[in-house]
Design a protein around this ligand. Structure first.
Ligand code: Q0Z
Length: 322
C-alpha cells in the first residue's frame, strides 16, 4: 500500500486574512475583506523545510524570518544595481488589524504584503553551474532546455555562460524543463525574450554579489508577473513585467560554499546538507525507497540547520542576524 502522506502543512489562521493556498514551505493569504481573488497578497514564509520532495515534520526555528529578511535585502540590492524591473513588494511592516495595510502581527518578520499580479505560467530559471535536473537533461541529451552544452561537463561544473532554463509548473511532481521555443509559444516571442533577459540579468547580479562573499550561486528560480489589466499578448507587456515571489533565497536557489566547490561530485547544499546527510544515515531509520514520510529531525540537526540559514544571511548581507 502507498505510504501515508506526510503531515499536511497547517497554515496559521490570520484574523482579517483569508488563506488562499499553501506551497511546501510558504502560505498565501488575501484580505478577508476583499472578494476572493481580489486585493493584495500576503506571502508568509513558514519554518518548514522540504528535503527529498518531502515537507519535514520538524520545523527549523527562524527559517521563515531569516529567508524573508534575505529576500527583502536582495529586492533592495537588485533595484539599486539597476535590474530594471520593479518588484511586487508593498510592505513587510506590521499594519492595522483590519488588514488594510501592512502585514499581521502574528507573522511579523516572515511575511510580505505584495501587489497582486497575473503570474506568468513559466518558472524562470537561470543556471551558472550544472547540477540537478539540468545535469540529468545534459547527460541524456547533451543539452538543457534545447541549449547544447560542450562535452565533458560534470556535476557542479561551471557553465561558460549562464543559461536560461525555463520550466512549466507541475501541480504534482517536478516542474518540466522546456525549451525557449515552448516559452515563446506560451508567452509570445517578445515577452519570452524579456523574461529570459530579466532572469539572466538577475542571476548575473546575484551571482556576482554572492561570489564576492564566498558563496556560489549555482542557479536560481524567479517568478515574473504582469499587473492586472496588462494583456500578456500586448506590446506593452514586456515593459510591464514585475518581479514577484521570493528572490535569491536557499529555497529558490542553490547556494554552495565557494571553499567547498569541487566539480565531479554532488556539491554540499549550503542549507540542507545536514538534513540530507542525517536522513540518509542509518541513524534516521528512514526508508527512502518506500518513499515513507521522513522521521522527525534530532535537535542537533535542527540547530545546525538553523545555523546555516543564519550564516547564509550574515555572509550574503554582511549584517548580523539579531
Ligand atoms: N504577487 C503575486 N501575485 C499573484 N500571485 C502570486 C503568487 C501565487 N502563487 N505564488 C507562489 C506561492 C505558492 C504558495 C504559497 C506561496 F506563499 C506562494 C505566488 C504573487 Cl507572489
Amino acid at each position: 500500500p502507498a505510504p501515508a502522506p506526510g503531515p499536511a502543512p497547517v497554515p496559521p489562521e490570520l484574523p482579517g486574512w483569508r488563506h488562499v493556498r499553501s506551497g511546501k514551505v510558504r502560505d498565501l493569504y488575501e484580505p478577508a475583506s476583499a472578494a476572493p481573488g481580489e486585493g493584495d497578497l500576503l506571502v508568509v514564509a513558514s519554518d518548514r523545510v522540504s528535503a527529498f520532495d518531502h515537507v519535514l515534520a520538524t520545523p527549523v526555528p527562524d527559517k521563515g524570518a531569516v529567508l524573508t529578511a534575505l529576500s527583502l535585502w536582495w529586492f533592495e540590492r537588485l533595484a539599486e544595481a539597476g535590474l530594471g524591473v520593479p518588484d511586487h513588494v508593498l510592505s513587510a511592516e506590521v499594519g492595522p488589524d483590519d488588514a488594510s495595510s501592512g502585514v499581521p502581527a502574528d507573522v511579523a518578520g516572515r511575511a510580505v504584503r505584495c501587489r497582486r499580479l497575473a503570474m506568468l505560467p513559466v518558472e524562470c530559471v537561470a543556471r551558472g553551474y550544472l547540477t540537478g535536473s539540468g545535469l540529468a537533461d545534459y547527460r541524456a541529451t547533451g543539452a538543457v532546455c534545447g541549449v547544447e552544452l560542450p562535452d565533458g561537463l560534470e556535476d557542479g561544473s561551471r557553465l561558460h555562460r549562464p543559461v536560461f532554463t525555463p520550466a512549466t509548473k507541475a501541480d504534482v511532481g517536478h516542474d518540466e524543463n522546456v525549451s525557449f521555443a515552448v516559452v515563446a509559444e506560451l508567452l509570445g516571442p517578445d515577452l519570452a525574450e524579456r523574461a529570459r533577459e530579466v532572469t539572466l540579468r538577475l542571476y548575473a547580479l546575484g551571482e556576482e554579489m554572492a561570489r564576492e562573499r564566498g558563496v556560489l550561486l549555482a542557479d536560481t528560480k524567479i517568478e515574473l508577473g504582469l499587473p492586472p489589466g496588462v494583456d500578456a499578448a500586448s506590446a506593452e507587456a514586456p515593459g510591464a513585467l514585475v518581479l514577484a515571489d521570493e528572490v535569491l533565497t536557499p529555497d529558490s536557489s542553490r547556494f554552495w560554499d565557494a571553499a567547498a566547490w569541487a566539480p565531479g561530485r554532488a556539491q554540499p547544499s549550503f542549507d540542507k546538507q545536514f538534513v540530507r546527510d542525517w536522513l540518509l544515515s542509518d541513524a534516521s531509520g528512514w526508508d527512502r525507497a518506500a518513499d515513507a514520510p521522513p522521521p522527525p529531525l534530532p535537535d542537533d540537526v535542527v540547530e545546525a540547520t538553523r545555523g546555516r540559514y543564519v550564516e547564509a544571511y550574515e555572509r550574503l548581507t554582511g549584517r548580523r542576524w539579531a
